[in-house]
Design a protein around this ligand. Structure first.
Ligand code: SAM
Length: 170
């Protein structure tokens, strides 16, 4: 019975992320470098990852000298990512937080792998983020899911690059 309840708690923990953005499903390893390439950040710049999962994107970016700030809502996945990213800790910060409610710091690019129903909300959220930080634009890479009504700059087999601007029509 204890094992069953423990198992159920774990399943609910992972499933509950659907209500906030997306459940834990990591970007395919072979697509991780594509995502970092598309964002095209330079060493010393900063990438935000909203729903940072096991930290594989943050780690790949850190290996190129790019700082990474991740937000992860699932405590188990968060803990795992902290361990995995320990060697690159100089470059990576991960917060156990709901990114919709976080005070996101200034950054140079954003990576997400969410779910389609959250993309419109994300678009609006990032336009507000730009206003708050007095930025005119920011590149966004989204794996698998598109922003309705906005044309991506590039689409590399489902890895979509957008330029989110403060004047985007929502
Ligand atoms: C599809 S996975 C992608 C993980 C990682 N970005 C990757 O591409 O490998 C989405 C992640 O976002 C997390 N997540 C979902 N909603 C969130 C929220 N509102 N705040 C923080 N993390 C969230 C989930 O727990 C999950 O780990």
């Amino acid at each position: 019975m204890t094992a069953f309840l423990f198992g159920l708690a774990i399943v609910l923990l992972f499933a509950s992320a659907v209500g906030f953005g997306a459940p834990f499903l990591p970007t395919l390893r072979k697509r991780v470098e594509d995502a970092v390439d598309l964002l095209d950040l330079q060493p010393g710049q900063t990438m935000l990852e909203l729903g940072s999962g096991d930290g594989r994107l943050l780690k790949a970016a850190a290996k190129r000298g790019i700082y990474g700030i991740g937000y992860e809502i699932n405590p188990l996945v968060y803990l795992y990512s902290k361990i995995i990213c320990f060697p690159e800790r100089k470059y990576i910060k991960i917060y156990l937080k709901n990114y919709w409610k976080a005070d996101l710091p200034k950054a140079d690019g954003v990576y997400v792998f969410l779910l389609q129903p959250y993309m419109a909300k994300l678009h609006k959220f990032l336009v507000e983020y730009l206003k708050k930080h007095n930025k005119t634009s920011i590149p966004l890479v989204s794996f698998g899911f598109f922003i309705e009504g906005k044309k991506p700059i590039k689409d590399e087999n489902g890895m979509l690059l957008y330029k989110i601007t403060v004047s985007d029509k929502l």
